[in-house]
Write a protein that binds this ligand. Structure first.
Ligand code: ATP
Ligand code: MG
Length: 378
């Protein structure tokens, strides 16, 4: 069944991804109900209705089930029980199964391994004992990552020598973890894709991603990889979506290490590395999410221009001074996106900008220049 404009969509989570979904949905004539416990939620401000409550709040879930025609999410940490409860009355896309895999690194890594997708060598860690035993197999350098609730490199600890083991275990407070070999990275790339209710898949052009301190910093599209690799990456992402029997928008992050292609992780939602689609593709990833969730035909993912996306973190608000937006706005080929967050904390994603140009080199040069100008104290 298709959910058509005029209907009401439920969005679990009210961060920037929910906000950009809300903008797309409202542009297309849908009403949006956002559930987020934060009063200042970026998506809540633009929603038709913001339900300010916890993700497991019974009354809130009843209200969503009653008023929404289809439901989706913008972050993987929504409790699976919430998705299952809502799915009893309304379509929830993606479903609880795919989200419960993506929200738990142990399940995610095991899913990938069991389905024949290569990842960095890893071990499941439930105790200090496990960690001591596994480090000899995985070797150093390695990274210990909490299984649940990690994001933007949070909940991770680098282990460079056996002497770091106890500190790593203490820092992550003895939670269930995955220990991963730290791979030498040639390049990191990702694929955003949408899979519809009939199993049809559309993929976006591969994005090349540069991280800074575990947080995405720059995306370059088209990625500077050869065609053969581009096809492989895209096919793998499709196969993963199909293996998950996925409906909705998702992203797969890859490492290319010593010419080998490894899956890093799966995001069951729009992705930061897909923000370039907002200005550079026929259909952006948020409209695509609306289409997939509503059972509509999927949109054209064609790239209209080379593009570079730059993330803007709270760090560039020196002494609470607003960055000089004028620097960006002076350029007709630069597109500014701000998420409406009041408090600029270091590491907090506040917005991004897209630079469109004839070629990647020109886009990168202007993007880097502008980034430096924005973040200068004076
Ligand atoms: P997000 O959800 O924002 O992508 P996250 O907290 O889930 O972040 P990861 O994707 O696991 O974090 O790691 C963040 C970045 O750290 C990676 O994109 C990569 O640059 C680096 N990294 C993580 N794991 C490895 C690894 N095994 N080898 C080399 N680099 C790694
Ligand atoms: Mg990641």
């Amino acid at each position: 069944m298709k959910t058509l404009p005029g209907s009401t969509l439920g969005m679990l989570g009210g961060g920037q991804l929910g906000r950009m979904f809300t903008i797309a949905a409202r542009t297309m004539g849908y009403e949006v109900v956002v559930l987020d416990p934060d009063k200042e939620s970026p998506a809540g401000k633009l929603a038709t209705t913001h339900i300010c409550a916890d993700y497991a709040d019974q009354a809130a879930l009843e209200q969503i089930a009653k008023n929404c025609d289809a439901i989706t999410t913008e972050f993987e940490n929504v409790p699976a029980s919430t998705l299952e409860a809502l799915a009893k009355t309304k379509p929830v896309r993606p479903g609880a199964k795919a989200i419960s895999i993506a929200q738990d690194r142990i399940q995610e890594k095991n899913f990938l391994k069991d389905n024949g997708f290569y990842t960095a060598p890893f071990a499941v860690i439930n105790s200090l004992e496990d960690l001591k035993n596994s480090i000899s197999k995985i070797g150093t350098p390695a990274i210990l990552k909490v299984s649940r609730f990690g994001y933007d490199g949070k909940g991770q600890f680098g282990i460079n020598a056996e002497s770091d083991i106890e500190k790593a275990w203490e820092t992550l407070e003895g939670e269930a973890c995955v220990l991963e070999q730290r791979m030498p990275l040639d390049i990191e790339v990702s694929v955003v894709l949408a899979r519809g209710t009939e199993g049809e898949v559309v993929t976006y052009p591969v994005s090349e991603n540069i991280h800074e301190g575990g947080i995405l910093d720059v995306s370059v599209v088209p990625a500077r990889i050869n065609e053969d690799l581009e096809t492989k990456v895209t096919d793998l992402a499709k196969q993963i979506a199909t293996a998950l029997d996925y409906v909705g928008i998702m992203a797969v992050e890859f490492f290319i290490s010593n010419d080998e292609l490894l899956v890093n992780e799966i995001a069951p939602r729009p992705h930061n590395s897909g923000h370039y689609t907002l200005d550079a593709c026929v259909t952006d990833q948020f409209e695509q999410q609306v289409r997939a969730v509503c059972g509509l035909p999927l949109g054209d993912t064609r790239l209209l221009s080379p593009v570079v996306m730059i993330n803007m973190l709270g760090d560039i608000w020196h002494n609470d001074q607003t960055p000089k937006w004028q620097k960006l706005l002076n350029h007709p080929n630069v597109k500014l996106h701000l998420y409406g967050k009041k408090e600029a904390r270091p590491g907090r994603k506040m917005g991004h900008f897209n630079v469109l140009a004839e070629n990647i080199d020109d886009a990168l040069k202007l993007a880097e220049d502008l980034k430096n100008q924005l973040s200068k104290a004076n």
